[in-house]
Design a protein around this ligand. Structure first.
Ligand SMILES: *[C@@H]1O[C@H](CO)[C@@H](O)[C@H](O)[C@H]1NC(C)=O
Length: 358
């Protein structure tokens, strides 16, 4: 299949690049970028929320059940996130630690850190509602990380890690789904378009902050087709059989804004490599024709169908009817893609992000 063929070719290109980049094929140096630094929400949280008093946690079964040790890590998935798969492809054999975890210390910090927190957003108020780590605090932690890194690596090496690292930014879904659409103080006074502009203004200044702190390679995810999430179908899709088109239209409007804001940033900030990863289209295509992509079910989550009532939106050990094989499902729970769907997203991330690492 096309996507798979592409991936093989890209992996091969990466392998060549790794050899020329590191000179010696040493295990510890065999990564295409020295570090990965991640900011965002549940799409990229690998366990920070485990250490917070929030209900948005994934540190219990059946989360993580398709890992070899079947351990729930805090990832909102049965297995790997798209960004985990990307890290694998870039040659990482261990992942940069969740910043709030005990592992985030000493030499472990040399390969980066993850500051993401489920239910966080561009809008700090989104995170306040759920006791998640707001974007401004994720940035504050990153500054703290920089000084810890300098202490471990020395300031010259730390500066080069910071400059060569790949930065991943993934916010926005929680701003709309967990804040805007359900918060009358927002949706009565602002149109989705106005709220999107508000978020994109925050995005622009966030990227400028990262740039001023030394970041030069940044990948940003677009919004997924939010109207196709099992949760939004249940909550907002009463009159439609398929995806909630109004919500998908809002997501596409937001994606246009973040794309043009990114083009401006690229012009304004010398030496910055920045790319928007479009996750709308690849996910929408899979949902529109699951069987051609090897899936059986695209309308409900494997765990926590989201069909009956609000409480059943969440996946937990008692969720009734959890499917036996998540590989056949596009969605693992009522909001998050399965590892199998994440593989497809990671394939397209790689293609869209190749300029960041060349
Ligand atoms: C799960 O489903 C996938 C895709 O249909 C299939 O390849 C795999 O063999 C299944 N696994 C099990 C344990 O049935």
């Amino acid at each position: 299949m096309g996507a798979y063929f592409c991936r093989e070719v890209l992996v091969f290109i990466f392998a060549l690049a790794i050899v020329s980049y590191t000179g010696v094929a040493q295990d510890t140096a065999a990564t295409l970028v020295p570090a990965i630094i991640t900011f965002g929400d549940s799409a990229v949280d690998i366990g920070n929320n485990d250490y917070l008093p929030t209900i948005f946690k994934a540190d219990y079964p059946p989360y993580g059940r398709d890992f070899a040790n079947q351990k729930a890590t805090g990832r909102f998935c049965n297995g790997k996130l798209a960004t985990d798969i990307t890290a694998d492809t870039l040659g990482f054999t261990t992942y940069p630690p969740a910043y709030l975890s005990p592992q985030a210390s000493g030499k472990n910090l040399l390969i980066g850190a993850n500051f993401a927190s489920a239910a966080s957003g561009f809008d700090d108020k989104t995170a306040f509602l759920s006791h998640a780590i707001p974007l401004t605090q994720q940035l504050a932690y990153y500054k703290e990380y920089q000084s810890k890194l300098a202490a471990v690596a020395g300031s010259t090496k730390a500066a080069s890690i910071i400059k060569e690292a790949l930065y991943l930014v993934s916010f926005g879904s929680s701003d709309f789904v967990q804040n805007y659409y359900v918060n009358p103080y927002l949706n009565k006074f602002y149109t989705p378009d106005q709220y999107g502009s508000y978020l994109v203004d925050i995005y622009q200044s966030f990227i400028k902050d990262l740039y001023n702190l030394g970041a030069r390679r940044i990948g940003v995810t677009s919004l997924p087709p939010l109207g196709c999430l099992p949760a939004t179908r249940t909550l907002f899709g009463f009159h439609e059989p398929g995806c909630v088109s109004r919500i998908n239209t809002d997501a596409q409007g937001f994606n246009k804004k973040i794309n043009s804001a990114t083009k401006q940033l690229e012009k304004q900030l010398p030496d910055l490599k920045i790319a928007v990863f479009d996750i709308f289209k690849p996910l929408y295509d899979v949902i529109a024709s699951p069987s051609t992509n090897g899936f059986v079910e695209a309308t409900r989550g494997c765990c926590g169908t989201g069909r009956i009532e609000l409480t059943s939106l969440l996946c937990n050990p008692k969720s009734i009817g959890t499917c036996s094989n998540a590989t056949e499902y596009v969605f693992w729970d009522s909001v998050h893609p399965s590892e199998a769907a994440n593989q497809i997203l990671a394939d397209s991330l790689l293609i869209e992000g190749i300029n960041l690492i060349s």
